[in-house]
Design a protein around this ligand. Structure first.
Ligand code: DGJ
Length: 571
């Protein structure tokens, strides 16, 4: 009897422990996602290996549980592996210090059901330069949570980065959010967190409130002066003395970055996921004035625009990445932006982009080792709308606008791990068609891969009617390459040894197959084996061999997602 009682007590205790145990005790805790830099290249490590985020960002009001049924079908069609979803401060903290976790829990549960990762966007103090997502109790107390003031003393539709109470409130809420993620996401559904959204201000270059003015007239921070290599007559110059005409903008960038850096640091102290801030860009070639409403080229002042990245890096070290929202219409500007944010101190990540005609530039981002890419607003909560069409058109099937992005992800999806690894190892290059540039060459040591768009048999590209071509090539071993793309032809030409390239005259020829006269001897490319296949669990599985018409003029890619493993030789 006593023994029975004992067994019962032990069993009851065991049950109680199981019931009381937090959910994550029953789920295997996975390694934390983190950024790794090696040999000058970055990768996002997920489960301790490079991972490429094939992402999409939902519309601003699509994170509500009632909207999600219109989100998931679009995400499935796109074949994303990561969805970017906002978390709204006004929903999360309806009353001071009363946090509502229901929406986060729903997002986590539904993302897991749909087998995708999340990047969560903290719509906190700033959303597109304004404070529209702060809770109502903050909006009603403008003395404690003030707006910025412009040069004329007028309130601006933008929060002051000098508002101490706002900073404290944001830090507390963000920390509670991160703490909850830590407790409820041992499986690391969430890969990264965006801190604020397109921070800065549109209505004024900076805050001209008395508090801000006092700081502006005080000595500029010494760590910034030394990072920017500023030399002035005074050893502790104020902002104007240090930065002349750029002082207002730099002061604002510093102030906004400092604020966001503190929010990020507070959140990271409880749960150190990678964090980033996104930028509303300025025109990379012809920027207008910052924060000057009504002027041509006016851009949001204070955010991580290309001219103040160094300031943000010093002011906000808790942010791992400064990321461009690339909506540039001009293709040259679009590509320039990718280059500007691909830096030795900054991994390229494109958290927002738009206009379906730019889908091909996903490949250019890959060529710059992007860790992820996400077109904006492709869920089905809105009628078909696209910047390039400049209109909403209900008669169009909803998938039509998604198709160019879906093509990319269908092609890369099954091999995203391999692409991320090859990129991290510096073995991958990728290009997209640019108007008037109908061929492009990618050098891979002893081989040059060349791509032509709209090519005829002689490989002379004429360009596609719509420039939609894109190609990626990765070196698997000395004479073996992975090749994939759309609307293009890819071929290879011998490029000799490093010595020969340095000292000998190499003549490119087209005598037979792509050839080169190297050290007075013709070398011709021959395809030893061209295998079409697919990656399954990290292994390339050939499904057929290309030869004859499929290889005699080069390797042609149409709208089908085709991956080739190409083994080359010379005769
Ligand atoms: C950029 C912002 O970051 C997004 O939240 C959204 O407002 C888009 N612009 C709309 O184009």
């Amino acid at each position: 009897m006593i023994r029975m009682k004992l067994i019962f007590v032990v069993l009851a205790a065991l049950m109680a422990t199981l019931v009381a145990a937090p959910l994550h005790a029953q789920v295997q805790e996975r390694p934390l996602p983190h950024l790794v830099k090696k040999d000058g290249r970055f990768a996002l490590f997920v489960d301790d290996a490079p991972f490429l985020m094939l992402g999409a960002q939902v519309h601003n009001s699509s994170s509500w549980p009632s909207a999600l049924p219109k989100v998931w079908p679009a995400m499935e069609y796109l074949n994303v592996n990561t969805v970017e979803m906002p978390i709204y401060w006004e929903q999360f903290e309806p009353q001071p210090k009363q946090y509502d976790y229901t929406m986060i829990d729903t997002l986590l549960a539904e993302a897991r059901q749909h087998r995708v990762h999340l990047v969560l966007l903290w719509f906190g103090t700033w959303k597109n330069g304004s404070q529209h997502y702060t809770p109502e109790w903050m909006k009603l107390d403008l003395v404690r949570y003030p707006h910025m003031v412009d040069r004329d003393g007028q309130a601006v539709d933008s929060p002051s980065p000098h508002a101490v109470a706002s900073l404290e409130a944001d830090k507390s809420a963000f920390t509670a959010f991160m703490q909850h993620l830590k407790e409820t996401d041992p499986q690391r559904t969430v890969l990264m967190v965006q801190v604020e959204n397109e921070a800065g201000s549109w209505g004024s270059v900076r805050d001209f409130s008395p508090a801000a003015q006092k700081l502006f007239e005080a000595p500029a921070p010494p760590e910034l002066l030394s990072a920017m290599r500023v030399k002035t007559a005074s050893s502790s110059p104020n902002w104007r003395q240090a930065f002349g005409p750029d002082a207002d903008e730099y002061f604002h960038a510093w102030s906004v970055a400092k604020y966001i850096g503190q929010v990020a640091a507070a959140g990271k102290a409880v749960y150190p996921l990678p964090m980033y801030a996104n930028a509303a860009l300025r025109d990379p070639f012809n920027p207008g004035p910052p924060g000057l409403p009504g002027s041509t080229g006016n851009y949001e002042s204070g955010g991580p625009t290309d001219n103040v990245l160094a300031i943000w890096k010093v002011a906000a070290p808790a942010l791992d990445i400064l990321a461009p929202d690339d909506y540039q219409d001009d293709p040259a500007a679009y590509l320039k932006v990718l280059e500007l944010y691909h830096r030795d101190d900054n991994a390229l990540f494109v958290p927002e982009t738009g206009a379906a005609d730019k889908a091909r530039f996903f490949f250019c981002a890959l060529g710059l080792q992007t860790i992820g890419f996400a077109p904006f607003g492709l869920d089905y909560t809105h009628k078909a709308a696209d910047r390039s069409l400049n209109q909403a058109d209900a008669s169009r099937p909803p998938e039509e606008l998604l198709a160019p992005w879906a093509m990319n992800y269908r092609l890369v999806g099954p091999m995203q791990r391999e692409i991320a690894r090859l990129n991290f190892e510096g073995k991958l290059q990728a290009v997209a068609e640019e108007q008037g540039k109908v061929t492009q060459t990618m050098p891979f040591g002893s081989w040059n891969a060349f791509v032509s768009f709209g090519a005829a048999r002689d490989n002379r590209g004429a360009g596609n009617p719509n420039p939609a071509g894109r190609a990626l090539v990765a070196r698997l071993s000395d004479n073996q390459f992975l090749v994939a793309g759309f609307f293009c032809r890819v071929d290879f030409r011998p490029a000799g040894t490093e010595q020969q390239r340095k000292f000998q005259h190499i003549v490119k020829g087209t005598q037979q197959n792509p050839s080169a006269l190297i050290d007075g001897k013709w070398q011709h490319r021959q395809f030893l084996r061209v295998e079409e296949g697919t990656y399954e669990d990290g292994t390339f599985k050939p499904i057929r061999i290309w030869n004859g018409d499929e290889t005699d003029w080069g390797l042609d890619f149409s709208s089908e997602p085709v991956v080739l493993r190409v083994t080359l030789g010379i005769y």
